[in-house]
Design a protein around this ligand. Sequence first.
Ligand code: AMP
Ligand code: MG
Length: 421
Amino acid sequence: MLSVEEALQKILDEIDILEEETVPILESLGQVLAGDIKSDINVPPLDNSAMDGYAVISQDTIGASEKTPRFLRVIDTVMAGSISRKEVVPGTAVRIMTGAPVPGGADAVVQFENTDDEKHKKSTPDKPITRAGILSEAKSGLNIRRVGEDIAKGAMALKKGTVIRAAEIGLMASLGYGRVKVIRRPVVAILSTGNELVEIDKPLPEGKIHNSNGYSIASLVKRYGFIPKVLGIARDDEEELLGKLKEAQDADMLLTTGGVSMGDYDIVKDIIARDGELVFWKVRVKPGKPLAFGKIKGKDKIIPHLGLPGNAVSCMVSFELFVRPALMKMMGKKNFDKPTIEVILEDTVINNAGRRLYDRAVIERRNGHYYARLTGSQSSGILTSMSLANGLVIIPEDSKKVNKGDTVRALMLDWNEEVNI
Ligand code: AMP
Ligand code: MG
């Protein structure tokens, strides 16, 4: 049986990066830049003030203090977005607001707090301020943001391969780019298999259960910025399954849940093996052993197919470990790992499976350490144990017993801001 790392490598080996697309910048959040972005402009476009205050000639402020103010004649007021046509000459100053271009002649800005201005409050057209008392010395360049200090015209602003976050979207906006070339998001077909499944809006006949996997898996797909294409339910019937699989033909990946274990009706892996290519089946992991990975024929390309286990927890854990990295690779990302941290176990864990355990846990920080407490039964169908958890503690395949108080690693699914613990 393959280890988690071997299985993941086999999957990643079969994954190609998708094509480029051009999208409005706001839609590109989480996508990967498909080309370098250079700046056509200087940001900021001109030297401008970092403070509300007076634009002065620094020489004029020599010796200025609370006790010995240097008085300057105020010749103009300039706000952000406007330009003062006045030249600051010795003995004069221009009132200037944050972001306003620094007028000619001035080489420093003294903030209002270091002038006698606080007493005057506002300068209005009917009561203009005509004199400013400077109360501290200003070095040349004080409170001046230089032209192009953020990005100079012609400079590289963002490199190909950058993952776009809020800051990058802001940066593109500041450069005046409304659209951006990125690697497109994969479309992921999701099919739930099983005779026992009933859609959520239908009453439950005896012996049936609601299709929860279709929803949890589609939500994971959305959470990481991929596009779900929900195909609903197929019974454990070859004809019905094949019919539904046709609807996955133009997807970039097919995910099925169920039908990959040892049961009489577990036909998914047999169909992959017969009609496509089964790369592997089974991974040395718990939950999630019966994971099938294969390739099926799509409309104009081969589509990777991950046959996820049917159990509600298993399919979600398999998604985090194997599907998420594969889809991130398709989107052009390079770092697939979710963070793992060191945690102190608050329960003793027995591992008789000889597989790597990913046990659901509440992980919280206390007194400078992270502690992990299991969320009850680790049976792979108990979805509430997943709902209570914010991480998975990793018990190595060769550890038969890990004691309460021992330190292990944990894979963080969510951090505290997203879960109530
Ligand atoms: P299977 O591998 O198909 O035998 O499924 C394993 C277990 O997962 C069975 O108990 C199924 O009832 C359950 N299961 C399969 N598919 C779903 C689903 N879509 N939603 C909830 N439970 C499921
Ligand atoms: Mg089944």
